[in-house]
Design a protein around this ligand. Structure first.
Ligand SMILES: NC(=O)C1=CN([C@@H]2O[C@H](COP(=O)(O)OP(=O)(O)OC[C@H]3O[C@@H](n4cnc5c(N)ncnc54)[C@H](O)[C@@H]3O)[C@@H](O)[C@H]2O)[C@@H](O)CC1
Ligand SMILES: [K+]
Length: 592
């Protein structure tokens, strides 16, 4: 569910702590070590999930007609619960049992369970050798919950149409945090079949509800990875014990639907792997008694044209317009001369210089407060020489630096040693602000890995980038990750592991050309404004403002014929050139 951005901006939403699977297992172990029983925890989990399922189902069934809630359908709801062999499956069996007690028509579909004990044997229920999942299964079977093996279905045996029960609610209890590798064939078939049965249950008037227990099966809780796009497509995920990192980055948001927490364990000392951010820092108002010099001078170095090609002037235009939209005081753009006219037409407040005028650009580096380099900069040898020269000048002058796109390309091609630009930058970034903004393709090059390797573990990738190159990083993508450098850290700060942040705003409409240039501009624009506090011009603030601006564009635009009416214009067709106006709007909304 999307919350309109203007109201979200005003919400006092705290960062949400995100954890890996290993950390959640550790929390459970801590809990059990205090003497709490594991099967009791599973029963609590299942009981609370059952109440949620009932509530969500009836809320969905209710419609508001003339202010009176009415129910569409009074027959007992039908639920199809798909269970695997682990404890996630155990949760599913218990939910089946409790929903049956509540009068629902229940069918359990098992996957990967060889023997279902068709007995009422509670004799050894207390025995430690009986797993929680088996206990749960026995309870459900003893209560006469009907079940069927997926392996025995027509779908698997004869490759025929799926005749598994059509239901109002489908519960996915195949895999939870135990899934850590690509699915084997039968599970892949089961998940595809689940999604297909759900689809065929949808009618014009009815949309079957899909609830995932803990995490949608197929999604890896620690990384957000889905293999070959096979995962349960949930409407709601009931997240047990602690919020999983994988629900909010990479594929997670495409499969999880709305996430509801069921905390179960009241307290943990375990430090989360990341914090999910939804809210930008409030900005202070500007002093009346100020002038353009009070808000910094941004120098954008990019927008090149190589060998008579069409070139990349747009990158410099988008970055500079976005930096100005954040409130930077002054702007110079060092781009190819061919684009000076176009640049001045769209941004007459900018000054221009030829990107190849080394003496002139280096003089401007001295003048500027922030350098943003690399957007459409070019990748040829001449560009590489310029990149090294300008980087060294910026470091000699002690400037804040933003490196993006082709700048990252050149950085990746340099030797990683103490004496190269890479080594100098690493050292420099301990005392000065340096922001690096790759997407996973650029990060892969910087780390000498494949894109798939980076995507498989984005958290590890951003940490490696920061370890090797120093500075503050954003790894762009769905649920962008941010890891910031602490300047001149105390010994305590040096020993403490830094937080990784996950950007919880933004949308898929922003997956278009030029959006990265916009982010570099926002980052540089904020860095330039020394009147703002450190948090207010941090890299994470830039990423949030960028995402919120994208959300503003997707959700709201006033109708030209009636300013009181809002048009909701959606994600498709969102363009980077629309962003500066929205950035300015967001800057206004967060000024307090
Ligand atoms: N008492 C407890 O320990 C509790 C556990 N809970 C549930 O237990 C879940 C975790 O249970 P489990 O650790 O048993 O793990 P899962 O039930 O998530 O997975 C079952 C097994 O599948 C195997 N597996 C992993 N990837 C596979 C693949 N690609 N193909 C085939 N098999 C694969 C794993 O080895 C794992 O043991 C949580 O997500 C949560 O739903 C909750 O009931 C809360 C209490
Ligand atoms: K699940």
């Amino acid at each position: 569910m999307h919350i309109p951005p203007s109201s979200r901006l005003l919400q006092n939403t705290k960062p949400v702590a995100l954890y890996s699977s290993q950390q959640v297992y550790a929390m459970e172990q801590e809990w059990f070590a205090q003497g709490y029983d594991s099967f009791a925890l599973m029963q609590q989990a299942a009981w609370q999930m059952t109440q949620h399922i009932i509530n969500i189902y009836y809320q969905k069934q209710s419609c508001i007609a003339n202010g009176v809630a009415c129910r569409h359908d009074d027959r007992q709801p039908r639920v199809s619960i798909w269970v695997g062999s682990g404890n996630n499956g155990g949760d599913g069996w218990l939910i089946a049992h409790y929903l049956q007690q509540a009068g629902w028509q229940v069918q359990v579909i098992t996957v990967g369970i060889e023997n279902i004990e068709n007995s009422n044997a509670f004799a050894d229920m207390d025995s430690a050798v009986v797993s929680d999942a088996i206990k749960a299964q026995r309870m459900a079977v003893a209560a006469y919950c009907s079940y069927q093996r997926f392996e025995d279905s027509e779908f698997v045996l004869h490759n025929q149409e799926n005749r598994l029960m059509q239901a109002d609610v489908y519960v996915d209890a195949l895999f939870g945090i135990g899934l850590d590798r690509a699915l084997t064939s039968i599970y892949k078939q089961a998940i595809q079949s689940f999604n297909q049965v759900v689809k065929s249950s949808h009618t014009l008037s009815k949309h079957a509800l899909v609830i995932a227990v803990d995490i949608p099966s197929g999604l890896v809780a620690s990384t957000g990875q889905v293999f070959e796009q096979v995962a349960i497509q949930a409407d709601v995920t009931l997240c047990l014990i602690a919020r999983k990192f994988g629900l909010h980055t990479k594929d997670g948001m495409d499969y999880a639907g709305e996430v509801l927490d069921i905390p179960l364990i009241p307290y943990t000392k375990i430090k989360p792997v990341a914090l999910l951010l939804n809210r930008a820092h409030g900005l202070s108002v500007r002093r009346q008694n100020s002038y353009k010099g009070s808000y910094g001078h941004v120098l954008i170095i990019g927008g090149n044209r190589i060998d008579g090609s069409q070139g990349m002037g747009g990158a410099a235009i988008l970055a500079s317009a976005s930096a100005m939209a954040t409130g930077a005081g002054k702007m110079t753009v060092a781009c190819h001369q061919a684009f000076h006219g176009a640049l001045l037409t769209s941004l007459p407040d900018a000054m221009t210089i030829d990107l190849h005028d080394q003496k002139g650009v280096k003089h401007l580096i001295k003048e500027a407060s922030v350098i943003a380099i690399g957007m459409g900069f070019g990748r040829d040898e001449t560009a590489k020489v310029l990149f090294i020269d300008y980087m060294q000048a910026a470091m000699t002058e002690g400037k804040s630096i933003v490196i993006d796109a082709d700048g990252l390309y050149h950085l990746a091609s340099l030797q990683i040693d103490k004496h190269s630009v890479v080594g100098q930058l690493r050292e420099y970034s301990t005392k000065h602000k340096v922001c690096l903004t790759p997407h996973s393709g650029e990060a892969a090059r910087l780390l000498d890995k494949s894109v798939a390797e980076v995507e498989m573990d984005r958290l590890a990738a951003i940490k490696q980038c920061a370890d090797i190159y120093g500075g503050s990083w954003v790894l762009k993508g769905a649920g962008s990750l941010i890891l910031e450098q602490v300047l001149e850290p105390t010994l305590e700060q040096e020993l403490e592991e830094r937080h990784v942040y996950v950007c919880g705003v933004g949308n898929a409409g922003m997956a278009t050309a030029g959006m990265g240039d916009v982010l570099s501009g926002v980052t540089a624009g904020l860095l330039a404004q020394q009147d703002l506090a450190d948090d207010q011009r941090s890299l994470r603030q830039a990423v949030l403002i960028h995402g919120l601006a994208g959300d503003v564009l997707v959700h709201q635009q006033s109708c030209p014929s009636n300013k009181n009416v809002s048009l909701f214009i959606g994600e498709r067709g969102l363009q980077a050139q629309d962003m500066p106006a929205a950035i300015r709007h967001v800057m206004h909304l967060i000024t307090i």
